[in-house]
Unconditional design. Structure first.
Length: 472
């Protein structure tokens, strides 16, 4: 059974499900006003790995992750560009899914847009006002955190110390600096929805609590996101549920920072790093391996060196898949443990897997998602497969190799076998012509050749040494 660290209790404990066999999870998605960065890449990979692992162990998973398409940054950015907020959000939502697909992150079962749930958000705010937990001011409606039992649970700080640390805000109508906005009254020119408090829009914390409860129901299993969402976002989501008497998430899971040059990645520090740049410069699978090689709660350092190191590891795995002619065929969609939950030897397509290695992999993953340990199990299988093949033990070698490929697939890491890397002459010719067109500045021709390659099933990337292609 999977044991996970719970931010609320601070303990690693077994995942206690609302309904045995089924997991409902909500992971806070992006606010779509800018291109995704490597921090987005990390949290989506962490929760994709968790989701895939739950499926691997035979659980049925419902995964919801929202798109925040109304929020202050969106309004500001759209105004700067002189376009409608909806035009801005459509552009960056498309960029989001493109990056997620490139990373091999499974699409959520539901990806609710905040703008589609505003009616329900108004209902929640009205309920909180009716209960006396929220109050109206000149610029909006606020939740009174003093009315919420256990406020500070996720932050692990009592109300008094949170209050002492809160920044003093300009709004003189707030009863306490910790009170947070549920509904914002509109200023001229802003997008609006009707409400009992006049035209306006929901606050961000209200968006997620409504969408998660609407789609997953009361007491859903797991709420996740990056560590910077613990306070105030998740604390405030929870506060609203508590104030309406509804059971909220049973477990809270948060992943660690991404650091760049030893510093926490953030736009304000100027070390904001584009996910698209990373994906264009390296194999997208390398970032997944880099993320897997650290525990999800530890910070990870993303530098050209750590990415290169992950690419070298990936090359060893691909080499194995080529040597034993095992590739993508084991990696179509989420993979289920072929041995079943008891870890006994089973068959995948008739060939045996190393049940002992699968059990070791599972014991690492079950221990608060110890992916570095799980990946070490995979590389141990690679060594054993190559060693057995060199010693003439074909059966043992194939068993170890198949198991390694299967476990990579369980982690969302498809490997490239022989048929995946052979480039036919026509495609090779297109690559050469595209490099010549790019060198000559003939972008129309380069784009047209890119289109031809993509239509014949290649992913086209621009590396420093020119066009690179790989099988989709
Ligand atoms: Zn959220």
């Amino acid at each position: 059974m999977l044991r996970l660290h719970d931010t609320a209790t601070g303990d690693v404990a077994p995942l206690d499900l609302r309904t045995p066999g089924r997991v409902s999870m909500y992971v806070c998605g992006p606010t779509v006003y800018d291109a995704p960065h490597i921090g987005h890449g990390r949290f989506t990979l962490v929760f994709d790995v968790l989701r895939r692992y739950l499926m691997f162990t035979g659980l049925e998973v419902t995964y919801v992750s929202n798109i925040t398409d109304i929020e202050d940054n969106i309004i500001e950015r759209a105004a700067e560009q002189g376009i409608e907020p909806s035009e801005l959000t459509a552009t960056y939502e498309a960029a989001w899914w493109k990056a997620m697909d490139a990373l091999g992150v499974l699409r959520p079962d539901e990806a609710p847009h905040a703008t589609a749930y505003v009616g329900h958000m108004v209902d929640l705010v009205a309920d909180l006002v009716a209960r006396g937990s929220a109050y109206e001011t000149d610029d909006g409606v606020y939740l009174s955190v003093a009315a919420v039992p256990g406020y500070g649970l996720l932050a692990h700080q009592p109300l008094d110390s949170l209050r002492a640390g809160a920044r003093v805000e300009a709004d003189p109508g707030k009863h306490s600096p910790l009170d947070f906005v549920l509904w914002k009254k509109a200023k001229p020119g802003e997008p609006t929805w009707a409400s009992p408090w006049g035209p306006g829009r929901p606050g961000w914390h209200t968006e997620c609590v409504v969408m998660s409860l609407d789609l997953l129901g009361d007491g859903f299993d797991l709420h996740g996101g990056a560590i910077d969402l613990i306070f105030p976002h998740h604390e405030n989501e929870r506060a609203q549920a508590v104030a309406t008497g509804r059971a909220f998430a049973r477990h809270w899971v948060h992943n660690g920072w991404v650091t760049v040059d030893g510093e926490k990645m953030s736009k304000s520090l100027g070390n904001f790093t584009s996910l698209d740049d990373l994906l264009a410069r390296s194999d997208p699978r390398a970032y997944r391996l880099l993320v897997l090689r650290s525990h999800y709660r530890s910070p990870i350092e993303v530098t050209p060196e750590t990415v290169k190191d992950a690419e070298a590891g990936l090359a060893r795995l691909d080499e194995l898949a080529r040597r034993f002619d095992l590739g993508d065929q084991l990696a179509e969609g989420p993979v289920v443990d072929p041995g079943g939950s008891d870890g006994t030897e089973g068959g995948a397509g008739g060939a045996a897997v190393d049940a002992e290695a699968v059990a070791r992999f599972r014991s690492r993953m079950d221990d608060d998602l110890d992916t570095p340990g799980a990946v070490a199990t995979v590389f141990d299988l690679v060594r054993r497969a190559n060693g057995a093949a060199d010693a003439g033990d074909a059966t043992g070698a194939v068993r170890s190799a198949r198991t390694a490929v299967l476990l990579c697939a369980a982690l969302g890491l498809p490997l490239l076998g022989r048929s995946d890397v052979e480039i036919d002459e026509e495609s090779a010719d297109r690559v050469r012509r595209r490099d010549r067109a790019r060198a000559a500045g003939d972008w129309a021709e380069a784009d047209s050749l890119r289109g031809d390659l993509e239509r014949s099933g290649w992913v086209v990337e621009d590396g420093p040494e020119g066009t690179r292609i790989r099988r989709r």
